[in-house]
Write a protein that binds this ligand. Structure first.
Ligand code: NAD
Ligand code: 2ZO
Length: 485
C-alpha cells in the first residue's frame, strides 16, 4: 500500500490523529501555485487540554523506562524516516516551497540524524558519584517533565525532531506546536514516533498561532519551552516562561557576518557565500548575510558570484533539477521586497536580482548588493530572504569590531588561508556557531545556537541533554549526625 503523505487530521494527541473543526482554520498555501493545498484547525482549549493531559499522564512511565529502551524507540523512528525520506521530503517541499533537491538531503534526514544521535545517547545518560571522605554525594539526571516545543516555518521537520529527540531521550514528554505557516510535517514526526513504539502521549502535536503557544507555556504542567522563532517572539515567550521560572531554549534570529580575506580560496569563499545566503531561498536563521570582503579580492569575488548565480535554476521545486524555490508566502515576499527597496533608497548598489519573477508563485531573484555600509537597514535587520550584502573592509581588527557591531549573535564565518587569523577571528566573534572556510553546516554532533539576542541554550550535541534534564543531588551520610543541640 502506498504511504500516505498528507497527515490525516490537524492534531496528533495521545497516539492518534484528532480533529476539531471548531478551531480557527489555517489554510496551507502552496508557495508555487498560490493555491490552498491543505487546511488544519487551530487547537481549541479542549484540544490543548487533551494534549497536555496526555503528555502529563504518559511522561512518568516513559521516564521510568531505561534510557536504552527509550533510545531504541528513537532509533527505530530514525530508520522509518530514512525509509520514507522521499515522501517526507515531498511533504516538506509542499509545506515550505524549498526545492526537493534540498529537502531530500537536509530535512527528514536531519530529523533522522537527531533521533539516531539522541537515541544512541539515551542509554549513556548518567549522574555522577562524588566521594566526600566516608560520605558521598550522587547525582541523578532527571527529566524535566512536560516540555513544549514551538517551531518556525523554515525547517518544520527538522525543528520538530531537533526539539523532540533530546527531550524524549531524557525522559520528557513533548507537546509541539508547529508554525501556522508550515503545519504539516511535524504531524508526520509524531505519527512515525508512535509507529516506532513511543507510548501514546509522549509526543503530541497541536496546531495554532501565537495564542495556542501562549496557552501551552502558561500551563502549570509545563516545565520547559523551546522556541525557534524571531527575536520579538523570543522576548514574549521568554518573559512568559519566566513567570513560572520555566526552563527555556531560545533559537532566534540573526544577522550574521561572513568575513572573506584577500588570501581566501576564491571559489570556496563564493561557495560559502552562496550556502550562507541562497540556500532555502535565504530563509535560514544562521545565514551570513553581511558579507565583509577585503578590498583586494572584492572585484574578483563579485564577478565570480555573479557568474555562479547564472547557474540558479528556478521553477517547480518538486523538479529535482531545480535548485532555487519560492519564498514561503506572500507576506514574506512583501517583507523581503520592502528590504530591497530600502537598500536601493539608502544608496546600496544593486549588483543583480532584486525582482519578483514574472510567474505564479512567490519567486524572488537571488539579490546581491555591493557598497553596503554598516548603518544601512539591509545591513542591520534580519531580512530572511535571498539578499546578500557586500561590505568592504581593510584589516582584521577593523572587520572584527564591525562584525560584532550587532545585537544578534547566531553565527559567523571566516574564509582565509591564514590559520592563525582564522582562529583569532572565531575567538573574537560574538556568535554561538562559527565557521572556518565553510558555512551553514549543522551536524547533530555539534552544538547549534546563538549568543546575545539570538538565543539561549544550544540544540544538538551532548550539550542539549543539559537543557532537557536536571541534576538531583543526593547527599548520603555514612556517619553519625552531629547537631549543635
Ligand atoms: N536560531 C534558530 O535555530 C532558528 C531557526 C529557524 C528560524 N529562526 C528564526 O525564526 C524566524 C522566522 O520564523 P517565524 O516567522 O515562524 O517566527 P515567529 O517568531 O513569527 O514565530 C515562531 C513561532 O512562535 C509562535 N508564536 C508567536 N507568538 C507567540 C507567543 N506570544 N507565544 C508563543 N508562541 C508564539 C508562532 O506561532 C510560531 O510557531 C526568523 O527570525 C529566524 O531567524 C531561528
Ligand atoms: C541547518 N541549517 C541550514 C543551518 C539551518 C538551521 C536552522 C535555521 O534556520
Amino acid at each position: 500500500m502506498a504511504y500516505e503523505i498528507q497527515p490525516k487530521a490537524s492534531h496528533f494527541i495521545d497516539g492518534a490523529y484528532v480533529e476539531d473543526t471548531a478551531g480557527t482554520p489555517i489554510r496551507v498555501i502552496c508557495p508555487v501555485s498560490e493555491e490552498e493545498i491543505a487546511r488544519v484547525y487551530a487547537a481549541t482549549p479542549a484540544i490543548i487540554e487533551q494534549a497536555l493531559a496526555s503528555a502529563k499522564r504518559a511522561q512518568v512511565a516513559w521516564a521510568a523506562m531505561t534510557g536504552t529502551e527509550r533510545g531504541r524507540v528513537l532509533r527505530r523512528a530514525a530508520d522509518i524516516i530514512r525509509d520514507r525520506n522521499y515522501d517526507l521530503s515531498v511533504l516538506e517541499t509542499n509545506d515550505t516551497g524549498k526545492p526537493l533537491q534540498e529537502t531530500l538531503v537536509a530535512d527528514a534526514t536531519s530529523a533522522a540524524d537527531a533521533l539516531e544521535y539522541f537515541g544512541g545517547l539515551a542509554g549513556a545518560l548518567t549522574g555522577e558519584h562524588v566521594q566526600l571522605g566516608e560520605d558521598f554525594v550522587y547525582t541523578r539526571r532527571e527529566a524535566l517533565g512536560v516540555c513544549v516545543g514551538i517551531g518556525a516555518w523554515n525547517y518544520p521537520t527538522q525543528i520538530a525532531a531537533w526539539k523532540g529527540a533530546p527531550a524524549l531521550a531524557c525522559g520528557n514528554a513533548m507537546v509541539f506546536k508547529p508554525s501556522e505557516t508550515t503545519p504539516l510535517c511535524a504531524l508526520k514526526v509524531a505519527e512515525i514516533l508512535h509507529e516506532a513504539g513511543a507510548p501514546a502521549g509522549i509526543y503530541n502535536v497541536v496546531q495554532g498561532m501565537g495564542e495556542v503557544g501562549h496557552a501551552l507555556i502558561t500551563d502549570p504542567r509545563v516545565a520547559k519551552v523551546s522556541l525557534t522563532g524571531s527575536v520579538p517572539t523570543g522576548r514574549k515567550v521568554y518573559a512568559t516562561a519566566a513567570e513560572g521560572i520555566r526552563h527555556v531554549t531560545m533559537e532566534l534570529g540573526g544577522k550574521s557576518p561572513l568575513v572573506i580575506f584577500d588570501d581566501a580560496d576564491l571559489e570556496d569563499a563564493v561557495g560559502g557565500a552562496i550556502l550562507g545566503n541562497f540556500y532555502s531561498s535565504g530563509q535560514v536563521c544562521s545565514n551570513g548575510t553581511r558579507v565583509f570582503v577585503q578590498k583586494g579580492i572584492k572585484d574578483a569575488f563579485l564577478k565570480r558570484l555573479a557568474d555562479r548565480l547564472q547557474d540558479v535554476k528556478m521553477g517547480d521545486p518538486l523538479d529535482e533539477s531545480v535548485n532555487f524555490g519560492p519564498l514561503v508566502n506572500a507576506k514574506q515576499l512583501d517583507i523581503v521586497q520592502g528590504f530591497i527597496a530600502k537598500g536601493i533608497e539608502e544608496g546600496a548598489r544593486l549588483v543583480c536580482g532584486g525582482e519578483r519573477e514574472k510567474r505564479a508563485g512567490y519567486f524572488l531573484q537571488p539579490t546581491v548588493f555591493a557598497d553596503v555600509s554598516d548603518d544601512m537597514t539591509i545591513a542591520r535587520d534580519e531580512i530572511f530572504g535571498p539578499v546578500l550584502s557586500v561590505l568592504d573592509f581593510e584589516d582584521e581588527v577593523e572587520v572584527l569590531a564591525r562584525a560584532n557591531n550587532t545585537d544578534f549573535g547566531l553565527a559567523a564565518g571566516v574564509f582565509t588561508n591564514d590559520l592563525g587569523r582564522a582562529h583569532r577571528m572565531v575567538a573574537g566573534f560574538e556568535a554561538g556557531t562559527c565557521y572556518i572556510n565553510t558555512y551553514n553546516l549543522a551536524p547533530v554532533e555539534a552544538p547549534f545556537g546563538g549568543s546575545k539576542l539570538s538565543g539561549v541554550g544550544r540544540e544538538n550535541s551532548k550539550n542539549a541533554v543539559d537543557h532537557y534534564s536536571e541534576m538531583k543531588s543526593v547527599y548520603v551520610s555514612m556517619t553519625a549526625v552531629e547537631a549543635p543541640f
